[in-house]
Design a protein around this ligand. Structure first.
Ligand SMILES: NC(=O)c1ccc[n+]([C@@H]2O[C@H](COP(=O)([O-])OP(=O)(O)OC[C@H]3O[C@@H](n4cnc5c(N)ncnc54)[C@H](OP(=O)(O)O)[C@@H]3O)[C@@H](O)[C@H]2O)c1
Length: 334
């Protein structure tokens, strides 16, 4: 185990596959995480089945993956560990209608995100053990890295916090490849709030909006959309790969002097105290449950149509991406 400040990082040697291999694992859902985690668990020697809803579009995918699927009810009766890998907003419906009536407090529940527990969208049996194993990456990467004999880090937690329970979370984490990198001990609340904050300010909010606004600024002033797209979008992956390899503070050695000076002086102007203040407000909305309440309300048709119209405003960027992505991702013969 590594101790970094107050953080505990568990590695492969700190965990064992014995527990996970002794359980009957029911994976509910076969989407992004469901498919990746199920395949990694299978390769790690776990006994598992997939729970799918009636007429599920994933039935054939499960067969193709060499796995078995049954109804969610039937998986509840069979499994000692149930892993809920359906969308977070769907979890209360599946849990209340099917899982709770067909299980008891002896079933261990596993989540890939703390949302349902932190915001109490489901009510557990009083003594039920709940584990969090949240891979820090999309399902496709969880599977790809596993096959490369590597993994993505995970955040783990247990509602009991007992050392046995944390060992169970580590066993699961090892089976999906995460402890090959590290599993960081957290709480359901810390994982949920930091995850939402990171998405909104950086990953799915900040970066995409930065890209699109920079793209539109160039195009509005008459620059070719293809040139704007290459500079503001295509190069993002290249620079992020560089950040990931050498760290932000070593970047200046690998970039031009103009890029270094311009980035430092203009970056601070752009991402300034106003942005920092807005980040603080976004975090407060998450911590004060305002974001959760807003998200609960957007299940209505009115708000979904508003979301669609927001997406439409990105159409010229979307159109140039549709044309350019196949060009830049597949080298042609010269
Ligand atoms: N996306 C990621 O890579 C990622 C990363 C970290 C954590 N997480 C967490 O992982 C969990 C799963 O997210 P995800 O993105 O993997 O979900 P997802 O891909 O959207 O899940 C789709 C799966 O859920 C099933 N499903 C939907 N509604 C259902 C219902 N009413 N009854 C039964 N099955 C139902 C779908 O069934 P059909 O096959 O029948 O359509 C499909 O198999 C969430 O807690 C999320 O926060 C996700």
């Amino acid at each position: 185990m590594l101790n970094i400040g107050e953080s505990k990082l568990y590695l492969d040697d700190d965990s064992s596959l014995d527990w996970i291999r002794s359980q009957k694992i029911g994976i509910i859902g076969f989407g992004n995480q469901g498919q990746a985690q199920a395949l990694n668990l299978k390769d790690s020697g776990a006994d598992l089945k997939i729970g799918l809803r009636e007429n599920s579009s994933s039935t054939q995918n499960v067969v193709n993956a060499g796995l078995t699927s049954e109804s969610v009810e039937s998986i509840c009766a069979w499994a000692s560990v149930l892993v809920l890998l359906v969308p977070d907003e769907t979890i209360p419906k599946v849990y209340d209608n099917i899982i709770k009536p067909n299980t008891d407090s002896s079933t261990i529940l596993v989540f890939a995100h703390g949302y349902s527990i932190h915001y109490q969208t489901i009510s557990l049996y009083p003594t039920q053990e709940v584990l969090l194993i949240s891979p820090s990456g999309p399902g496709k990467l969880v599977r790809k890295r596993f096959l490369e004999n590597s993994g993505v880090p995970s955040l783990i937690a247990s509602n009991t916090n007992s050392s046995d329970s944390i060992q169970r979370a580590l066993s699961y984490s090892k089976a999906i490849g995460c402890t090959r990198i590290c599993a960081v001990l957290t709480t359901f609340s810390e994982e949920t709030e930091s995850d939402l904050f990171g998405e909104q300010t950086v990953l799915t909010g900040g970066i995409p909006h930065l890209i699109i606004n920079a793209f539109n600024t160039l195009v509005d002033r008459g620059f070719q959309p293809v040139v704007a797209w290459l500079v503001c979008f295509y190069e993002v992956k290249l620079i992020v790969d560089l950040f990931s390899d050498i760290g932000l503070s070593n970047m200046q050695d690998a970039i031009s002097t103009t890029a270094n000076y311009g980035g430092q002086t203009r970056g601070e102007r752009l991402i300034n105290q106003n942005v920092r203040d807005e980040m603080g407000k976004i975090l407060s909305e998450i911590q004060e449950n305002k974001y959760f309440e807003e998200y609960q309300n957007i299940q209505s048709d009115i708000d979904i149509s508003q979301q669609k119209s927001r997406q439409n405003s990105l159409s010229s960027f979307t159109e140039i991406s549709r044309i350019m992505l196949p060009i830049v991702t597949s080298p042609r013969n010269i």
